[in-house]
Write a new protein. Structure first.
Length: 428
């Protein structure tokens, strides 16, 4: 295989993975991933999708965490857990450490990727879709574990599925998630990435929604200030399916989340709301692509950014409307608040329209705190710092309301917002 210079350090970790136990068909899939990564190498700024993202912080990341016994969670995660009953899976440094799945209804399967590879070979093609770029290929070659949720047609999960990613080491971990909902099935999945490790979490999530299925998927990136985090979500929606996504980024030195959704069926719907709140020298990218193939599909993207210090935020939003995707209704808006003169934002919302009967709009704004509002609050006895927090909280909190998150999930997101507003990092 052709090897690029930046892929060479990952070869040893790859050969170690090949030596681990697994079904016979797994090794060729890992090999295919490594071959693809060796050819592609790390993305560079010469590629349009990556020209705003500085990947320098990844250059010193160790290739992979050792496949040792999972360590206990360090620190107290209680404040970052959902209130009320959940089906909870905890991963530590890329490996499932515990799972609480009592009370799952008939027709629901939730467990570790390692267990799924042994007992659910029918899910293999969905778990490994062979798509994505270099980091997805690296994940396919080096993944250590992950989580699989599979619901038969008509199954409704009353409790949310809660997935905790805890990073404690300074090496890379490659985690894979697969969320597959049969026709008419419904679920809520809430992920939280936390921990004080300075490693690199490289995650791939595949989502398959059959006709009429509904998935609410929330991801909170609240790792410590030295962490590196890259994630790719690839979702395919059938007729009448709905994928409601929410992304919050407050932690990490470098974070990038790519969400690629194919609206394959007619009358499918996709919504992504989210926010990135950054300070110091943090860098975060949220890239969203909605690819409309079916008729009468809807997309809504609403993302806000709050940037302090010398932080850098990037929003890349694309809506593509294919020939024949008539009746498309797509809206896209990115609003940003700069709290310091050294904070930077690059925003690029765009439309690719190849059909006639469509309604599409997009826009982006960049501004600072409203001086009149600050004066109004201070004139009523509120100190300047509290006044600033109130205005930022209102600006960022609005996106939570727009997402229509259920009570316990909205409460969790607001706790993270308050944590950031009071000058605390994402580490838990």
């Amino acid at each position: 295989m052709l090897m690029t210079d930046d892929s060479a350090p990952f070869l040893d970790a790859f050969h170690q993975r090949l030596g681990e136990e697994g079904p016979a068909w797994l090794a060729p899939r890992r090999q295919a991933g490594m071959d693809r990564f060796a050819t592609l190498g790390f993305p560079t700024r010469r590629q349009e999708a990556w020209r705003f993202t500085d990947l320098t912080p990844l250059t010193d990341a160790l290739p992979s965490s050792a496949p040792s016994t999972v360590a206990p969670i360090a620190g107290d995660l209680a404040s970052w857990l959902l209130d009320g009953p959940t089906h909870r899976v905890v991963l530590v440094d890329g490996r499932v450490a515990s799972a609480t799945t009592d009370g799952l209804p008939a027709g629901a399967w939730l467990g570790s990727l390692a267990d799924a590879l042994r007992t659910r070979p029918d899910l293999a093609d969905g778990i490994f879709d062979d798509g994505g770029g270099a980091f997805a290929a690296l994940n396919a070659a080096l993944f250590s574990d992950g989580v699989v949720l599979a619901l038969d047609p008509g199954v409704v999960l009353e409790r949310p599925v809660e997935i905790i990613h805890h990073a404690s080491v300074d090496a890379a971990s490659h985690v894979r998630l697969h969320l597959a909902l049969g026709a008419g099935a419904r679920a809520t999945v809430v992920e939280t990435a936390a921990g004080g490790g300075a490693g690199w979490g490289n995650q791939v999530t595949t989502v398959a929604l059959a006709a009429g299925a509904v998935l609410r998927h929330v991801h909170i990136q609240a790792e410590g200030p030295a962490a590196r985090h890259t994630a790719l979500v690839r979702a395919v929606l059938g007729d009448g399916a709905r994928y409601d996504a929410f992304a919050l980024i407050t932690g990490g030195r470098l974070s990038r989340r790519d969400v690629e959704v194919t609206l394959a069926g007619d009358a499918a719907a996709f919504a992504l709301h989210g926010a990135y709140l950054l300070r110091d020298a943090q860098e975060a990218t949220l890239a969203v692509r909605a690819d409309h193939h079916g008729r009468d599909c809807r997309t809504e993207q609403g993302v806000k950014g709050v940037l302090a210090g010398a932080s850098h935020g990037v929003f890349l939003g694309t809506v593509a409307v294919r020939p024949g995707a008539d009746g498309t209704d797509a809206r896209q808006l990115n609003r940003n608040l700069l709290l310091s003169p050294t904070a930077r934002i690059d925003t690029k919302p765009e439309l690719e329209i190849l059909a006639d009967d469509v309604k599409c709009s997009h826009g982006a704004t960049v501004g600072s705190l409203d001086e009149a509002s600050l004066f109004y609050l201070q004139a009523r006895g509120i100190d300047p710092e509290t006044a600033r927090r109130m205005l930022v909280a209102a600006f960022a909190g609005d996106v939570v309301d727009a997402a229509g998150l259920p009570g316990p999930v909205a409460d969790l997101v607001h706790r993270h917002l308050q944590h950031w507003l009071h000058g605390e990092g994402g580490e838990a």
